[in-house]
Design a protein around this ligand. Structure first.
Ligand SMILES: Nc1nc2c(ncn2[C@@H]2O[C@H](COP(=O)(O)OP(=O)(O)OP(=O)(O)O)[C@@H](O)[C@H]2O)c(=O)[nH]1
Ligand SMILES: [Mg+2]
Length: 450
């Protein structure tokens, strides 16, 4: 028999994680497959430890309850549970709010019996008691607004019960090794400075592409800050509904105020938007990759760049081209990336692939995505949540996990922090390595065969 499939979307699962912490959900029971009966429920769900009941109704509400205790088929008893709660995760609702209603009477949190379905708080939420019909009313065990919890639609289209296994939020050991010392920071800075690209190219050019507001300009500002020794904001960064960056800029980074330019340039672009005629145009990206687009070109979403555009660089050389592309993605928004934007990103990827330019992903806002990383950047490779985001973004864009570099940009800090610098530098080093691979294609070796 084929495996029973969960109805939870990735977005719904992410919202449940916000309620439960980082957990593994294993589907035990599904009404439409096992039957909306008390017997079927007890057969699948008794003595399983903590469970999450997830109900779905026609208007699209996803709601239910959590208990840290096991259901059983005794003659009838209350499960004492201080951790039990009812929830609704906001899907199907106009204002999309997550609601969590902890029990106010732990002694009566859940009722279980051989002839009873899933009964939270003595009828506050009673499912699988009478097929697909739900009984629900606020009481002294759970106090809630029924309209907010499930829209008062008490017929289920589906009901699932998951076993909940807490995984702990931090891995015992990091899955990528990084040393967080001052020496490491110095070593990385030296690696970036002393890198020498193939000799026709004095500096590699890395193109930053990504949706609006993901932190493309902030990434340049942050790397620039590392080498300036204080937080800088040369590129305009901030929040707006459409891209704040409207011009093509190839930023060089100096080693200190009076220092030499580093052998890497970061090319900043306008943000991608899902609709055509808004945000950067896909064709413009191809012209940038080939080196035809001049510095300060003002992007125009309604007219593509072309050979008649003012400033068009007719015969670009290898040094004017892009040697590595970094897709910049917001860690908080991977699961809600719209299908249209995903399609656009894939179309851009296939154009870049045709030109053979290597690609990496910069995963930004890791501090906003995971409080443990916000607390300490050094938790980056121990956070299960960030690990799952790195895998998710790789899968979405079709880029191997080894090419995904998480970074935290300087956004609220006034002073530099060693660990933030180390992550930023690690990303630049990866870009240099990838650009080298690309430039190798243009090397003519003086090979001698014995
Ligand atoms: N917490 C946090 N905020 C960030 C990070 N990166 C960027 N931001 C914030 O996100 C907002 C947008 O950043 P920008 O650098 O302007 O993003 P962009 O991709 O250049 O945006 P457009 O040019 O408008 O397409 C700013 O308010 C930044 O401070 C990060 O790693 N963590
Ligand atoms: Mg920008």
């Amino acid at each position: 028999m084929a495996a029973v499939k969960s109805n939870l979307t990735e977005e719904a699962e992410q919202k449940l994680m916000q309620l439960l912490g980082y957990t593994k959900l294993s589907l035990l029971f599904k009404g439409s497959v096992h039957g909306f009966t008390v017997n079927a429920f007890h057969n699948k769900c008794d003595l399983q430890g903590p469970t999450l009941t997830v109900a779905y109704n026609k208007p699209g509400y996803i709601f239910g309850g959590y208990t840290s205790q096991s259901f059983n088929s005794g003659a009838g008893n209350y499960l004492h549970d201080e951790n039990a709660f009812l929830f609704s995760i906001g899907l199907g609702q106009v204002d999309s709010k997550i609601i969590k209603i902890p029990t106010e009477n732990a002694a009566n949190a859940v009722y279980t019996a051989n002839n009873s379905g899933i009964n939270f708080g003595n009828g506050a939420l009673h499912l699988i008691g009478a097929g697909t019909a739900v009984q629900s009313a606020s009481n002294n065990v759970y106090k809630f607004e029924p309209i907010a919890l499930h829209g008062n639609d008490l017929v289920l289209v589906e009901c699932e019960v998951y076993r909940v296994e807490s995984l702990g939020e931090l891995l015992p050991t990091p899955w990528r090794k990084l040393s967080w010392t001052v020496e490491q920071r110095r070593e990385y800075m030296d690696m970036v400075k002393n890198y020498t690209p193939f000799n026709l190219v004095p500096r590699i050019r890395v193109l930053l592409i990504g949706p609006v507001g993901v932190g493309k300009s902030s990434f340049f500002n942050s790397v620039n800050s590392v080498f300036r020794g204080h937080v800088t904001s040369q590129a305009i960064a901030g929040s707006a509904s459409s891209s704040l960056t409207t011009k093509f800029r190839a930023y060089s980074i100096r080693d200190g105020r009076e220092g030499k330019p580093l052998p890497v340039m970061l090319c900043d672009t306008m943000g991608l938007e899902e609709h055509t005629g808004t945000g950067i145009d896909t064709e413009d990206i191809v012209y940038i990759l080939k080196g035809h687009v001049p510095e300060n070109y003002q992007f125009n979403p309604s007219v593509s760049f072309n050979s008649d555009t003012l400033g068009y660089i007719k015969n670009p050389s290898l040094k004017d081209q892009i040697h590595c592309v970094a897709f910049v993605m917001d860690a908080c928004k991977i699961s809600i990336l719209s299908p249209k934007l995903e399609e656009k990103l894939c179309a851009i990827r296939s154009k870049i692939n045709m030109l053979g330019v290597p690609q990496i992903v910069l995963l930004t806002k890791v501090d906003e995505a995971c409080p443990l990383v916000a607390e300490n950047t050094e938790n980056i490779y121990r956070s299960r949540y960030i690990e799952s985001k790195i895998h998710a973004v790789g899968a979405r864009l079709g880029i191997p996990v080894s090419c995904v570099m998480p970074v935290k940009n300087y956004s609220s800090e006034v002073d530099l922090e060693k660990s933030i610098d180390i992550l930023l530098l690690a990303a630049i080093i990866q870009m240099q390595r990838f650009a080298d691979n690309y430039l190798d294609n243009f090397c003519i070796y003086d090979e001698k065969f014995d």
